[in-house]
Design a protein around this ligand. Sequence first.
Ligand SMILES: Cc1ncc(COP(=O)(O)O)c(C=O)c1O
Length: 435
Amino acid sequence: MNPRLNQLQPYPFQRLRDLFAGVAPNPDLRAVNLSIGEPRHATPEFIKEALTANLQGLSSYPITQGSEDLREAISNWSRMRYGVDLDPANQILPVNGSREALFAFAQAVIDPSKHVKRVLAPNPFYQIYEGAALLAGAKPYFLNTLPENGFRCDFAAIPEDLWETVQLAYVCSPGNPTGRVMSLADWREVFDLADRHGFVIASDECYSEIYFHEGALAEGGAGAPRSGEATPESGAAPAAPQTVGSRASGGGPPLGALTAAKELGRDLHNLVVFNSLSKRSNVPGLRSGFVAGDAELIRQFLLYRTYHGSAMNPAVQAASVAAWRDEGHVQENRRQYREKFAAVMPILQGTLEFDAPDAAFYLWAKVPGADDTVFARELYREKHVTVLPGSYLAREAKGVNPGKGFIRIALVDGLEQCVEAAQQIVEFVETGTTH
Ligand SMILES: Cc1ncc(COP(=O)(O)O)c(C=O)c1O
């Protein structure tokens, strides 16, 4: 077997199961699970109908490039959302969810002939980045995102001699787990570095549609912050009471890499974005997303995918076309998240320390006592509430695990359950003896 498999770490949810092994949760309280970032709002009926109305597609092999209809729907959506024109013929590829694509992309990009190969990733981070790098024979290089730095990746701290080994950088905006949105100044920094050192940027934007204030779209794209200048304070905690989206993005549609490139007058060279219907349209089981950007990278990635065998089911393609063409259901989705953040944040304020997120559906909160695993385990035992220890989402870098002392609370359950969980967390902290 490939010895690189041995480098893969247990997935955070496996570690959570291990942590909870033998722990009996309080039987008097109902279970509320806010650990997994799995959207649980209802899948819109019209998407299900489009899926079942197109089952005849199962009788033929789909092409890896996907149908013209789907690529066109994605191109139109990107124009409306990001204000960019993407050629459906060579700048867009449908993928079976962004997870597989984020993984596969590293396999296609990393040049094995180089002795040392590095992949940059934020820390804490979506675990696929690490596995993708390791299985491609590269070493992940983690950039700690910490509250004192406004949860930014500190690219400036990377030693100069490391750059020549960097082949790929994953960036994640809105960030999982921090909810931070990259500003135009952040993008400028990443683009400048990529142009100087020749690495590829994989921009994971799968939470781009979970934001808090409905804003104007198109005409140069929507998003944050418009000024183009730095927002050094962008991660700083605003004065209480906190409201969601009060940092960099102003809570409106996050600025994506495509819009940022356009605003900065840069082309899409070495830049690919990943997006997904999973969170936007509440279809995590559909497995549908796309990659878009640099036509040359897309061409090579298509070649890779043809051999890998990752064409999208034709019925899924049809359902995806329907989903990308509709914004009404996405607005309703956002309304539900907005309602939950508005209800939950005031309850938790004063008990846990957190910055209101710019976007996405997580609260990234510091726990009292600083041991996130004990906190999560005892919360589960006493209150039947499941959250994810932050240290499971991060690796030690520069002598610290930047997830240590944090928990990730995914506001994915219903409003009532989220409120109940928040109240239980407060009670747990106020009466707790183990933390
Ligand atoms: C940051 C991030 N990227 C990508 C994904 C993958 O989502 P999907 O494969 O459903 O598109 C997730 C899923 O939770 C995520 O949190």
